[in-house]
Design a protein around this ligand. Structure first.
Ligand code: PTJ
Length: 254
């Protein structure tokens, strides 16, 4: 039992959610490693939603609202960390969820679908009758009405290979990835360098605010967006934090 007073309570509880996900057969064991890598990058960006991340989250909200066929992809880590928040975002932007796994087993897909249903998800693509173009084996499987024909896909914690394949299929790919150097971060259309536990509620908040806008007004919000600038801002944030560490020789523990 982690006391609320522990200075790293949020981070430790997030870790517990992933462990729980593995125990329940929702999250892959590889998901534990991915979470560890994410934690390291989160430390480097200061464990907060930076201005650059917030700007990308607003763009993501606008892109999802502008989409004709938006889909929110859910993997084992996302299902463990933010299932309710993803369902809520889907409702706000009218985007069905689709379970799409990298380390795919039908058993885990079924468990995640059951988990999402138990939390109130009503709009889910559940077929696996199409393949992401250019990707081999099980991890390419998607729903022909879902990710396969989506124009905008939100992919939290995606693999670089599949991110590229989705972009190559002509889709607007919104990635959530704490590592600004990853192939996913570099290849996505909109990269949100933030922890999924902060990013998804932020996107929902922006979507709620933007929902009343007309299509032309939403187009103005996304116009001129530069993902390279978002990535450089994130890398600058890491550099600034490291510089301040070396200047002070000490970062006060959070
Ligand atoms: O459930 P599956 O089978 O689909 O597998 C999901 C994982 C995440 C295990 C799989 O896609 C994978 O192996 O991903 P990678 O290649 O390890 O990439 C995960 C990326 O997400 C890394 O760049 C991490 O820094 C980042 N990441 C990890 N935890 C978080 C995160 N980004 C945002 N929020 C997090 N909590």
């Amino acid at each position: 039992m982690i006391p609320k007073s522990h200075p790293r309570f949020v981070s430790l509880m997030t870790r517990e959610l992933i462990i729980e996900g593995v125990k329940n057969g929702i999250t892959s064991t590889q998901g534990l490693i991915a979470q560890g890598r994410g934690e390291a990058f989160d430390y480097l960006i200061g464990e907060k939603s930076t201005d650059g991340a917030l700007a990308a989250e607003k763009i993501a909200a606008a892109e999802l609202l502008l989409a004709r066929r938006p889909v929110i992809s859910v993997n084992g880590n996302a299902a463990a960390l933010v299932p309710g928040e993803l369902i809520r975002l889907g409702e706000i932007v009218n985007a069905p969820l689709e379970v799409n796994l990298f380390h795919r087993t039908q058993e885990r897909v079924d468990k995640i679908i059951k988990h999402l249903h138990s939390l109130g998800a009503q709009n889910l693509y559940t077929k696996s009758d199409a393949l992401i173009t250019g990707i081999e084996h099980e991890r390419a499987k998607v729903d022909s009405d879902g990710i396969f024909s989506a124009d905008v896909v939100l992919v939290p914690l995606e693999d670089g290979d599949r991110c590229k394949a989705l972009v190559d299929m002509g889709k607007t790919v919104i990635a959530i990835d704490l590592n600004p150097l990853s192939r996913t971060a570099q290849g996505a259309t909109v990269t949100i360098v933030d922890n999924i536990i902060r990013a998804v509620p932020n996107i929902s908040k922006f979507a709620g605010e933007l929902k009343g806008l007309r299509k032309e007004e939403l187009q103005e919000v996304v116009m001129g967006y530069d993902n390279k600038k978002t990535l450089s801002l994130a890398i600058d944030e890491v550099k600034t934090n490291l510089d301040s560490f070396f200047a002070n020789r000490y970062i006060s523990p959070q």
